[in-house]
Design a protein around this ligand. Structure first.
Ligand code: FAD
Length: 193
């Protein structure tokens, strides 16, 4: 006889699971909206016997008793537990309304709104997300300066040779003819203090 598993998906945020990969691409550029990002329609979880527990974080584990404790005091018993809580961006120690990061849908919504009225943007970090953000912002007419600790954008992930290949076509020739034609500028080998 096959065992029937009851699967509960616990998420700290209130959104149903969505495609995070689109945040820095189609969502930021405005070609997709929040409703387009869901991985499955909500009823599909029911169809597959997956219970959703959203909007409350898991805060404690009573591993010996196989219990997971949620932020509102609820306790979930389990036979197996998978911890898949992802990562956090390395964040400079700055708290200011003009300082944003891009990790989840809420961040992306804030950024999308900010980009609509932002003539000048500085991005710390020239990895994939930083570069995608730069592309969305420049397409929007925003002038971008990127600060990257490595010697080239994408240098950490692709190495200096491939990463460096993107430099010649993006090094600034600062234009005075209006924000639409301002290119992204790179500041390499620097890091924030
Ligand atoms: C803007 C952006 C664009 C990206 N683009 C790409 C791309 O094009 N290609 C690519 O390969 N990768 C991309 N990535 C990286 C990719 O999204 C991550 O590698 C992937 O999301 C990691 O999946 P994960 O399930 O491990 O973590 P996550 O997607 O971070 O999921 C972890 C979940 O756990 C929840 N959580 C955390 N703590 C708790 C808690 N205590 N209780 C309950 N829930 C909790 C979080 O709210 C989150 O929903 C991108 C990332 C970002 C931010």
């Amino acid at each position: 006889m096959r065992l029937r598993w009851v699967l509960t998906l616990v998420g700290a945020k209130e959104h149903i699971p969505y495609d995070r990969l689109l945040l820095s691409k189609d969502y930021l550029s405005g070609s997709l909206d929040e409703a387009d990002l869901a991985l499955w329609p909500v009823q599909e979880y029911g169809n597959r016997d997956i219970e959703l527990s959203l909007g409350v974080p898991a805060v404690r584990l009573a591993a010996a008793e196989r219990r997971l404790i949620l932020g509102d005091g609820r306790q979930l018993r389990y036979d197996r537990l998978i911890i898949a809580t992802g990562g956090q961006p390395t964040q400079p120690a700055l708290k200011h309304p003009a300082v944003l990061s891009l990790r989840d849908l809420r961040d992306a919504a804030r950024l999308r709104k900010a980009l609509a009225q932002c003539p000048r943007l500085v991005i710390i970090g020239g990895g994939f997300v930083g570069c995608e953000l730069a592309a969305a912002a420049t397409a929007n007419g925003t002038a971008v300066t990127m600060v990257e600790a490595a010697r080239s954008p994408l240098g950490q992930v692709l190495g200096p040779e491939v990463g460096g290949a993107s430099l010649p076509c993006t090094v600034p020739t600062v234009s005075t003819s209006g924000p639409e034609s301002l290119p992204a500028r790179w500041r390499m080998g620097q890091t924030e203090r």
